[in-house]
Design a protein around this ligand. Structure first.
Ligand code: FES
Length: 441
């Protein structure tokens, strides 16, 4: 990472440097385009095939209007007019052609209404056709299995308790603790609130749910066969969720979607830059990351036929920037030398802190990072592949939006990271055939 701000370099210089590198170039002003008449009130943008209409103030870019309303348009520059990926077609009105449009589309495509969404100002009502995006991004959903000892933090114990009498006035919790003799039960408030009612409604035949040493719930009857967890790979471009059956250690369902932060840019530097330029960007990025995780949780639970309330643990592995953004931590120190993380070890959180609608006592474990550019995803990969225990020379490579390598000689592990070239994802070129398709470049 070469964007060394240095202690005495003014912030404006940093921004100028980023602009020179094409990371923060603003869209051209209205004056650079053909004349645009500013409207008053609000204008309506109709998006197809999403079949959504949104009303926005005049002058807002089509890209921003779509992003604010959860309609994904491809981008790796975050709407700064540099990536030329935000291809849309205006189907019922013309819009001025910018010099960037001319460099992107043929005359014929311009005549058909193709424009770059971040450069189209909504000065009047528009119908906007958004080509099929990579809403189902390619992601590995299967891997090479490895035998491991299954030792989940989530434990369940079914017990049948004796009912209290005047001669036996032990508390409900003491009664449960006495019956579960192989685990220490430290109850959370949720469990204590449920305990009296669940005990009496189920004839004192209950299942204690324990995560690490915390009693997070008491469930009626015997539910020992049902305990689940979700493992997330929080990528810059793609996020993958795997629902795991903790009884067997096997995946029940796997799903992946684009990281909803994508409109802020395709790489970590662009997203860090967004937080440096706009104080509203960090909470927005945090919220979008959480929305991404929540959507995936709902999807894998539905696909696996699992009640989300039976997901008692969540594990998250991502690069240091994605992790910071998810947790609402200012990522700026990760983007400038000497590239410092706020911590290498995150505390264990509640999944509900991240807005996940799973069991209210579910834990969220965030993988630690080794450095600003060797994140928790690499740590998880090294652990999963056994690299840390292998006595042979081994190389571990993670090729993603950011690229990391770990090398071991059996005694020690060295790691490094680099930014690969710009993503070369190309849209299909069969314009006019079947559903709306973006022109390719
Ligand atoms: S050029 Fe429009 S989002 Fe990148």
């Amino acid at each position: 990472m070469s964007r060394d701000r240095g202690p005495e370099q003014p912030f404006e210089d940093v921004v100028e440097g980023l602009r020179r590198e094409g990371l923060m170039e603003p869209p051209p002003s209205v004056g650079e385009t053909d004349e645009v008449s500013e409207g008053t009130g609000r204008v309506t943008l109709s998006f197809a095939p999403a079949d959504r209409s949104v009303r926005v103030p005049p002058g807002v870019s089509v890209f921003d209007a779509a992003s604010w309303n959860g309609i994904a348009i491809d981008s790796t520059c975050g709407g700064h007019g540099t990536c030329r990926k935000c291809l849309v077609r205006l189907t019922d009105a013309v819009s001025p052609v910018t010099r960037h449009d001319r460099r992107t589309f043929t005359d014929e495509q311009l005549g058909e209404g193709w424009r770059l969404a971040c450069l189209v100002r909504a000065t009047h009502d528009l119908a906007v056709e958004v080509p099929p995006l990579v809403t189902r991004p390619k992601a590995s959903t299967v891997g090479v299995g490895r035998q491991v000892i299954l030792r989940p933090a989530v434990q369940k114990r079914y017990v049948e308790l004796t009912e209290p009498t005047l001669a036996d006035q032990r508390t409900d919790l003491a009664r449960l603790r006495d019956a579960v003799d192989d685990l220490t039960l430290v109850p959370d408030l949720h469990a204590l609130r449920r305990l009296p009612k669940v005990l009496r409604e189920s004839d004192f035949k209950v299942t204690a749910v324990v995560v690490d040493e915390v009693l997070v719930d008491v469930e009626p009857g015997d539910t020992t066969g049902r305990r689940h967890a979700i493992a997330y790979d929080l990528g810059t471009t793609t996020v993958v969720a795997t629902l795991l059956d903790l009884e067997t250690g096997t995946p029940v369902a796997v799903a992946s979607i684009l990281n909803k932060q994508q409109p802020f840019g395709g790489d970590v530097i662009t997203r860090i830059s967004a937080t440096m330029m706009d104080p509203e960007a960090l909470p927005r990025l945090t919220s979008l990351a959480r929305d991404t995780l929540a959507e995936l949780a709902a999807e894998v639970c539905e696909e696996g036929g699992v009640d989300p309330a039976e997901v008692y643990e969540v594990a998250l592995a991502g690069n240091a920037t994605m992790t910071a953004l998810l947790l609402g931590v200012d990522p700026e120190p990760l983007g400038v030398a000497p590239f410092i993380q706020v911590t290498a070890d995150w505390p264990v959180l509640l999944a509900s802190d991240l807005g996940l609608a799973v069991h209210p006592g579910a834990r969220a474990v965030v993988f630690p990072a080794l450095g600003a550019y060797v994140g928790g995803d690499i740590v998880a990969g090294m652990l999963a592949s056994g690299l840390d225990r292998d006595k042979r020379v081994r190389l571990f490579v993670d090729v993603g939006t950011n690229c990391e390598i770990a090398l071991t000689d059996g005694d020690r592990i060295v790691t490094t990271a680099a930014r690969p070239g710009r993503p070369s994802r190309a849209a299909p070129s069969a314009a006019g055939c079947g559903p709306p398709t973006a022109p390719s470049r």
